[in-house]
Design a protein around this ligand. Sequence first.
Ligand SMILES: Cc1ncc(COP(=O)(O)O)c(C=O)c1O
Length: 366
Amino acid sequence: MKNIDEYYVPWVKGIPMYISGHIELAWRKPELHRMMSNENPNPPSEKVLAAIDKYARMANRYPDQGLVLRGKIAEINGLGGAKNVLLGNGSSEVFDNIFRIFLAPGEEVIQHTPCFGIYKLRCTILGGKLVSVPMVYKDKKLLYDPDSILKAVTDKTKIIVIANPNNPTGNFMDGKDFVRIAETGIPFVVDEAYIEYAGLGMSQVGLTKRFKNVIITRTLSKAYGLAGMRLGYALADKDVIGQISAALLPWNVGTIPMWAALAALEDTEALEYRVKYNNSEVDFIQESLSDVPGLVIFPSKANYILFDCGATGKKGKDMVAYAEQKGLIFRPETEKYGSDGWFRITIGSKEENRMAVEVVREFLTS
Ligand SMILES: Cc1ncc(COP(=O)(O)O)c(C=O)c1O
């Protein structure tokens, strides 16, 4: 009898389960303030809670394919209809579905770094090779580098993925550069998880009408404040959505998240409140810390702010440890561009943001 080790698909062997240590810590110690995972500090609106309550009572039934929700999403985005929209268990699952359809073992995915970690995770599990193109750190800014992304294309490139705005840098790539990448014809995923904070006017969704290879991903986890519901979606040409749908698990999205999402999308006042609140708190934190000597603050159009405190002589990981002692969970960032001063803060409640400002100033100026 052979050992089970000999049966594992070679490229998955030894890959551990992904666990977010910060989220585990936050649930284990609810007394700590969560400023690490780009969640929304506002709980769901009353309208969303009413939908959750209503559909919780039908949880004995299987969900449908979400035609009402998909139709609403298409309408908001000026697309033809439900067939242009695919739903997922968070946009994380949407990436997985897209990658399964386009990527075979040994083929390549191009991403920009620093960025969100899920693209690498899904690429690796499928036996793909991740090609990371660094952003350019110049004049206290981290800039997109579309020329280098285009240069990294090979005949093995099967997906290019760009987050817009990017996490953790919080900035946008120029519209014309999206067109240049789309013109390669390579499946091009534009991750717009945080787009609502800047407004849908910044979206590249219009490109899906010109280019069949452009796929936009979104989530209800951020500006809509439903991270725990797990609802994300993709927008693209209807034939492309139809083909990606082949990778969907039957009933991948539950009844409650679907109808909660519809209620959230219809509750435009609640969204407006959350966006306004977030953007004024981003301004507050950026302005309050702008005079800390040596601290680089990356102007953000999302619900988090990236910092590099390398020039203060302090380390990002020590900043994060100090904040935790003071009751706040910040997000550490890996060493890059010759600096070990990186950390990221998610916008919290007013009280949390003021505590954060105080803690950062205290640590970096003492
Ligand atoms: C850029 C980006 N895309 C996607 C996601 C994942 O969101 P979801 O909760 O929809 O899986 C995140 C979460 O932090 C993110 O930062």
